[in-house]
Design a protein. Structure first.
Ligand code: SF4
Length: 413
């Protein structure tokens, strides 16, 4: 490998990291440098996210330790057989870059991933050293997210969890078959074993900290994973089933969905075109339905057409259109669970409605003031001064809702 200066390495290794979407930094412990102690903060104005035009988070220094790799995952630009220019940071370089970027206010923390050099353990050990040096030698209190290396020893993952806020282990593809085909060196069973180990470690640490406040923290922002969507044949129904099972089995904080982007010098087994970015967006909406709106995976799958979430309408509206008999819902009487199923009503709006209706009967205009727009809601709600035409009789409902969603997107676009 030719000698490169740090700036050239940064150009290569930051670019190589852009394909990883799982870098949000929410949900970690509060730390700061108030009183001149340490460097960095995870709270208040310390963490603020910004997004690149393609929607990816760039508020963290997001880099790879190296883009060389002994594995040959077809969808990855850094795979062994890829023809890209290679680079590799030393541990010390990553530490220095993180500190200097942080002090210049460019970043709020570090997201570090890597290709595999030598062996999984060798690479993971170097990543742990980055986090450990930042924490112990420089008292760095900013956010650290480490992407774990497949097949790394459990002891190394435990060490990583002592210094990082969040660890992620990518399942990569929604199905075991997809993983076998596109990432032949990876093993779905071992990936899940590592996730299970982390889940146990996090639970044991919570228990220990409940008893002893001084017990050291262990991945306080939990674990997350990423799935590439559109690189294999898995439909949305399979994607949400896989996500639901991961949330249930491993207590993940987040599953990130990354629409497959064709890479230069792509393998012949990959599709030539990327899926629409809207597919990724619809999957995130479906994910929220399962995590915050009380939908189970079967109900989300029910919103699909032939296994795919519609692109022109959000999954909650798609579900409501298939269950017209459940609507309209009386905004002055309905339980919270049912209000959460009304298209266009978010969790905050529902909570505001529940508070407001204790004082008086709500009219349609009151709901309009508590939400982003009333157009989408009208057909699904009964208010003190409003009762819609029975939904079953409205043949033109879907096109009207598509139009309402489009104008809302334009308004907030
Ligand atoms: S192990 Fe990671 S870096 Fe290596 S080829 Fe697979 S996805 Fe790419």
């Amino acid at each position: 490998m030719a000698q490169l200066d740090t700036r050239s390495k940064l150009a290569i290794l930051a670019d190589a990291a852009k394909y990883d979407a799982s870098c949000a930094s929410s949900g970690t412990a509060k730390r700061n440098s108030v009183g001149g102690k340490g460097v960095g903060s995870t709270e208040g104005s310390g963490i603020c996210h910004s997004y690149a035009p393609d929607g990816r988070c760039i508020s963290l220094l997001k880099i790879l330790l190296t883009n060389s790799c002994i594995f040959d995952c077809h969808y990855c630009i850094n795979r062994k057989s890829s023809n890209v220019r290679r680079a590799r940071f030393t541990v010390d370089e990553v530490v220095r870059l993180t500190l200097s970027f942080y002090k210049r206010n460019y970043i709020e923390g570090l997201f570090l991933s890597s290709g595999i050099i030598g062996s999984s353990d060798y690479t993971m050990e170097a990543m742990v050293r980055v986090a450990k040096t930042l924490r112990l030698d420089h008292d760095f209190r900013g956010y650290i997210h480490l992407k774990t290396i497949p097949d790394a020893a459990p002891e190394l993952l435990d060490q990583a969890a002592m210094y990082a806020d969040r660890l992620s282990i990518n399942v990569e593809l929604p199905t075991v078959e997809g993983l076998g085909k596109l990432a032949p060196d990876k093993d779905a069973g071992r990936i899940r074993l590592a996730m299970g180990g982390l889940k146990t470690g996090i639970a044991e640490n919570k228990e220990a900290r409940r008893k002893f406040r001084s017990a050291p923290k262990f991945a306080p922002a939990g674990q997350s994973t990423q799935m590439i969507v559109g690189a294999d044949a898995a439909d949305d129904s399979a994607v949400v089933a896989s996500a639901s099972s991961l949330y249930g089995k491993f207590g993940l904080r987040r599953v990130y969905y990354s629409a497959f982007s064709p890479i230069p010098d792509a393998s012949a087994v990959l599709p030539l075109v990327q899926p629409p970015l809207m597919r990724e967006h619809r999957l995130y909406q479906a994910d929220w339905l399962m995590r915050f709106y009380g939908f189970n995976v079967g109900e989300v799958q029910d919103a699909t057409d032939a296994g795919m979430l519609p692109l022109d309408i959000d999954p909650k509206t798609a579900w409501a259109l298939k269950h017209r008999a459940s609507f309209p819902v009386d905004v002055n009487k309905a339980p919270r669970e049912m209000l959460l199923r009304v298209p266009g009503l978010g969790v905050k709006s529902v909570n505001a409605i529940l508070r407001a209706r204790r004082q008086r009967r709500l009219e349609l205009a009151d709901i309009g003031r508590l939400t982003r727009g009333i157009e989408k809601l009208r057909p699904f709600l009964i208010a003190a001064d409003w009762r819609p035409v029975a939904l079953a009789e409205r043949a033109d409902l879907r096109p009207r809702l598509v139009k309402a969603e489009r104008s809302q997107l334009e308004l907030f676009g």
